[in-house]
Design a protein around this ligand. Sequence first.
Ligand code: NDP
Length: 589
Amino acid sequence: MTDKEALKRRYALERDKRLRPDGPLQYRRWEDGRPDPFTPVTPRPPKRDHVTVAFVGGGFAGLATCAQLKQAGVDSVRIVEKGGDFGGAWYWNRYPGVQCDTASFVYMPLLEETGYMPSEKYAHGPEILEHCRRIGKHFDLYADALFHTQVTDLRWDGDHSRWIVRTDRGDEFTARFVALGTGPLHVPKIPRIPGLETFGGHSFHTSRWDYEYTGGDPLGAPMDRLRDKRVAVIGTGATAVQCVPPLARDAAELLVFQRTPSSVDERGNRPTDPAWFAEIATPGWQQRWLENFTANQTGSAREDLVMDAWTDLARRARDRIRKLPRTQLTRDGINAAYEDADFEKMEEIRARVDTVVDDPETARRLKAWYRQLCKRPCFSDEYLQSFNRPNTHLVDTDGRGVERITATGIVAGGVEHPVDCIVYATGFEVSTPFTERGGFDMTGRDGRLSDYWGEGMRTLHGIHVHGFPNAFFVQPSHGARLIANIPHNLTESGTTITGIVRHALEHGHDEVEVTREAEDAWMELLLGSTSNVGSADCTPGSYNNEGQDSGPRRAFFVGYPQGAQAFFRFIGQWRAAGTFDGLEFRRRD
Ligand code: NDP
C-alpha cells in the first residue's frame, strides 16, 4: 500500500533541493564555432524574387505545412533553413542511439501520402531524417529551398501587402505569406559551470556530435576512437538516456554526471511486421492512429492502437475514474484518481530500477522522485542496464549539479574526476523569448514582434498574431500543446494554414489578419483556465521554467484548456465551417 503523504513529502524535498535563484539563467548558449559539422556550405547567388509562401524552418513544421500547401495547388513555396538539409531537430541530433520516443506510426508525418512503412515501432534518427528528405522530394520542396540560410529580418510592406525577407546569405526577396516553424529544440544550451572554458580536453554538445573525435556514425558503428578515452556525459535527460548505452559500449570509461534522475520506463521496440502493416494501412489509417493516440493521451478512447508507456498513465487514470462512485466524480475526485495512478506508475518505474541495476546504491540513486509528467518521461531497455558494466559509473550530484570544470576534469561533490572528453547532454533553450531563439525579430504593421509579445506571447489558435498580417506560426503553444506527439500539433496547424491561404488566393484577398478582439478572447480563454497553471510541486526543469514563476512568459506554456483531443475537434470544426471566425480578409482596393 503506497504511503501517499510520505511520497508527497519526498517529492517536495527532492524538488526543494533543486530550486535555484538563477532559474533558466543558469544556462547559456552552446557555441563551438562549427556552424554545421554535417554538410559543407555551397556558394549560391542571393535571391531577389517573389514567392507566394516563405516558410522559416525546414523541420517537421515546415515540411508538414508546405507539403499540404503543395497538395492544395500552391506551387510557389520556399523553405528557408539554417541547416544543410531538411530535418530540423533530426538534422542536428545525430548522436549515437538517437531515436524517437513516440511510436513512428503516429510520430512520422505524411506516412500514408508518401507510402512509407517505418521499419520499427520506435524509429531511429537516421530513418526519421531520411523520411524528412522523402517528404521534401515527394512534395517537390527541394527545388526552391534555401539551405544554410538564416533569416535575419522579416518586414511587412503594407503598401504592397507582402513580406520582405532578408537572410544572412544576402537574399532579399518578397513573399505574400510567411510562416514560422523555428522549433523549440534548435538552440543548444549548456550550464554556466565555473571553469568550463579552462577544460583542456575535447567537448561538444549532443546536437553537434563530433564523430571525427569519437569514430563511429549515427547508424551505430562502434566509436573506435573512444577505446582508450575517459568520457563524461553531463545530463541525464531524454538525450542522455539514448546516448549513454552506445558510449558505455565503446568508451574505455564512462562517467555519467546526474543532477536529477529521469523516469525510465520500458521501451519495448520491435521491427514492423509488413503483413501486420498491410492489414492496418487501409485508407485514412494514419489519421485514425493520430486521433486514437491523442484520445488516449488527453481524452477518451475505447481502444488503444499504440499501446505504449505514453498511453499507460492515462489508461490507468481512466480505469480509476471509471470505477469512481458518482459522488466522487468531482474535480477533486478526478484529480485524486490521476494522482493515485501517477503514484502507482512511478512506484513501478522505481521498482524497475531495482530489478535491472545490480548495485543497490547505484539503483537507489537512479530513482526519480516526482510525478511522471513533471519532466520528460524516458523509455529505454538499455540505459539502466549500462550501469551494470564495469566501465560505467554514475556520479550522482544529489540535485546540486556539477560544481566546477578544471583543465583536466570535472569536480562534483568535492571530488575531481579526470576525463578526456565531455559530452554536454544539457538540452536546448526552451523558455528564452521566441525572437531571441529564432535569431531575428519581425516587424509587422505597427511594430516589432518582440515588443508586441513583451508582456507574453499572444495569438489566436497559436497561429495568428494581430498586427502581423499574412503571417502564421506553426508550433504547439496556444493550441493542442500535445507534448507526447509534437508533429501532430504541427500537421494540424499546416492544415489550418493551407485552408486559409487557399481561401485568400481563390477569393483574391490581399491580406488576412486576426482581429484584436478574437485574439483577446482566445487569450482570456487560455489564461483564465486553472488547468493551464503549471504545477509548482514539480521538480525544476524545462517544463516549468526551471521551477521559477515565468511571469508574463507563462503565456508561452499554455494550451487549450480542455486538452489536445478537444482542441483538434474544435479546430477541425472551425476549418470546416469555412467562415474563418476571428480572421479578417481584406482587398487592397
Ligand atoms: P534536457 O533539458 O531534457 O536535459 C538536460 C539534462 O542536463 C538534465 O538531466 C539536467 O538536469 C542536466 N543538467 C543541467 N545542468 C546540469 C549541471 N549543472 N550538472 C549536471 N547536470 C545538469 O535535454 P535533453 O537533450 O535530454 O532533451 C531535450 C528535449 O529533447 C526533451 O525534452 C525532448 O523533448 C527532446 N527529445 C526528444 C526525443 C524524442 O524521442 N523525440 C529524444 C531525445 C530528446 P536537471 O534535470 O536537474 O535539470
